[in-house]
Design a protein. Sequence first.
Length: 293
Amino acid sequence: MMGKTLKQVFWGCVRASGIPMLVREVAHRRRAVVLVYHRPSPEHFRRHAVYLTRHYNVVSLGLVVDAIRSGDWSRVPPKALAITFDDGWRENYALLGLFREFGIRPMIYLCSGVVGTQRHFWWTTGGRALRKLKRLPHEVFLERLREETGYAPDRDYPERQTLSREEIREMAPHVDFGAHTRTHPILTQCDDAVCRDEIEGDKRDLEEILGGPVEHFSYPNGSLGDREARLVRESGYHSGRTFVYRGSNGARTDPFLLKGIDLQGDAPVALLAAQITGVHRFLTFFRAPRGYE
Ligand SMILES: [Zn+2]
């Protein structure tokens, strides 16, 4: 493994090579990049915001989705980039000042069964059961996790993990909110009824909390199949975003298969440039580490 400094030097050289710039100026000219963050610190996000607003035209996700749905790309500026956050972590509240300062209007995808409560996300509770996650039906997996760590989707913990309702309301003039299911299951491991309830129910819950329409969805863990995309469409959403399919989006992208690029929130700017343009994946041979979230 490369040390941290060596890594920075390496990605600095990649950036200096001009390859990320070439991708940006040529391949991203009439495309929109969608970035996926979770809970970057204000310090790191500021550095990213400086870079992103200098090299891209940062737009709202809604603008990109409207262009795809209407078939009219004319309102999307060249090198368009939308910023999204998954899960609604409480740390996101500290970024509000930066959103305003840099004129960034992000999309934050919320889980109605967790935000505004003292509940926790299941993958933060530890336990060996997490390793079996992908092989078990979601209910069985949850039961194993409950036996092992005492976790339950409706259990209150002392520490609040996500945004409070007051914070969400305060952010609403500057942030768009989307849906990310009620409790963040891996949808592809849920039966039809649960899958539908998680997708449809989150929209209903959030519309009540926000007092307005919730039109955009992001697939938990990026996981989806045909059923999930169909249910998102049937539930009345305008888009579904994943990060399993990486890359940029154009006029012919299926709005329910929006591609996103999940980032390390603390990535140095040179690595950020490489990640956005796909140069990073090419050079690391698709071995970038993946988490849950
Ligand atoms: Zn998530």
